[in-house]
Write a protein of this length. Structure first.
Ligand code: ADP
Ligand code: MG
Length: 344
């Protein structure tokens, strides 16, 4: 068996002597797999990607690459991995020069026109129309695709993508998604993708990592519950929800604490079904159903007022409940299924 492409051990990262923004005890990324990174803004996704790209040195701990210690900033590893940042960075030159640049650094730029053309075509840009354009003659989506083409031209072992579709038009987003999947299928490129496009990640990822305040949440824990919390009767704390309904949780460490509700602890029934005593019972509407690639389970997103909860179901359960987007459902979970995140 191939060793994992990345192995992380006791990693801690802080910027400029500040507080730690990322702490990961152990993580491995299998070669050729697709790993999704999700989490709210500031949770450490971009930091993790920069560390995996070896363009930032971890404050403590180790990132092994192909089972060897990897020195940050060394060309030996940096030439095998490449990071696409959220804001495309293009040199003030032609599209061709931008795409050929990485090949040049790696001493592979002789007669590279065909390689550049192939990379551009992967992202839906015809070389004859685009290769000689200047950096300022591109739309935002085209610039991001040129930036991606520059990375695909390298046929990297790992392609790290930071919100690749967040600031581009819909057509560019589709082309970017198709191109990275082709890279994985053609060259076995390992993909690590930070994205708010949950549906896309559910569909393509072999694994996903939920980051919150720089830490990995338990796998499967997908629901974050934000306060403020108020003390209520019988030892529980409460939060009234928009549109009626009340969330009941165990006593939080402070009234702004963030709770994590494990998707596995949530059950769904038809509306109006009675709930066993003591459970949270919330009425909501199915807003999205997605097939999760690695488990073949259905990920249902249920809107309860302004809250969106994620539940994972077996296909049989989905059928039994006749679920479809727009359908009203009832959600049940024990207050004790909510765990508290470590304070920041
Ligand atoms: P995400 O990509 O999930 O939004 P980031 O990795 O960008 O999260 O940020 C994680 C934390 O690190 C945030 O608190 C952010 O303010 C901080 N941070 C990110 N980049 C820097 C930097 N260059 N210098 C100082 N702090 C930073
Ligand atoms: Mg980020």
């Amino acid at each position: 068996m191939k060793p994992p492409l990345y192995t992380i051990r006791s990693l801690v990262h802080a910027y400029d002597g500040g507080p730690p923004v990322l702490a990961i005890e152990r993580l491995s990324v299998a070669a050729g797999s697709i790993l999704g990174l999700v989490g709210p803004n500031g949770s450490g996704k971009s930091t993790l990607l920069k560390l995996l790209a070896f363009v930032e040195k971890p404050t403590r701990g180790e990132i092994r690459f192909k089972d060897r210690p990897a020195a940050p900033f060394s060309d030996a590893v940096r030439f095998q991995v490449t990071l696409l940042t959220q804001e495309p960075y293009l040199m003030r030159r032609s599209v061709h020069a931008n795409v050929a640049y990485g090949l040049k650094l790696r001493g592979r730029s002789r007669d590279c026109r065909p390689q550049v053309a192939a990379a551009l075509s992967l992202v839906g840009l015809a070389a004859e129309r685009f290769a000689d354009r200047k950096w300022y003659q591109l739309s935002g989506g085209e610039a991001q695709r040129v930036s991606l083409a520059a990375r695909l031209a390298l046929q990297p072992e790992a392609l790290l993508l930071d919100e690749p579709t967040a600031s581009v038009d819909a057509a560019s987003a589709e082309l970017i998604k198709a191109a990275v999947i082709r890279a994985r299928d053609q060259w076995g490129t390992t993909l690590v993708i930070a994205s708010h496009d949950r549906q896309w990640l559910y569909e393509i990822c072999d694994d996903s990592l939920h980051l919150f305040r720089g830490r990995i949440l338990e796998s499967g824990a997908d629901n974050l519950l934000f306060g403020p919390w108020q003390p209520g009767p019988s030892g529980f704390w409460h939060k009234p929800l928009a549109g009626g309904g009340v969330l009941r949780v165990p006593p939080p460490p402070d009234d702004q604490a963030v709770g994590v509700l494990d998707t596995r602890a949530v059950s769904l029934t038809a509306p109006g079904a009675a709930s066993p005593q003591g459970l949270n019972t919330l009425d909501g509407v199915v807003s999205r159903l997605v097939l999760e690639k690695n488990t073949r389970r259905i990920v249902a997103t249920i809107s309860v007022g302004l809250l969106a909860l994620t539940v994972k179901l077996d296909p049989e359960r989905l059928q039994a409940l006749h679920l479809y987007p727009g359908k009203a459902v009832r959600i049940h979970f024990a207050p004790q299924a909510v765990a508290w995140c470590d304070p920041a």
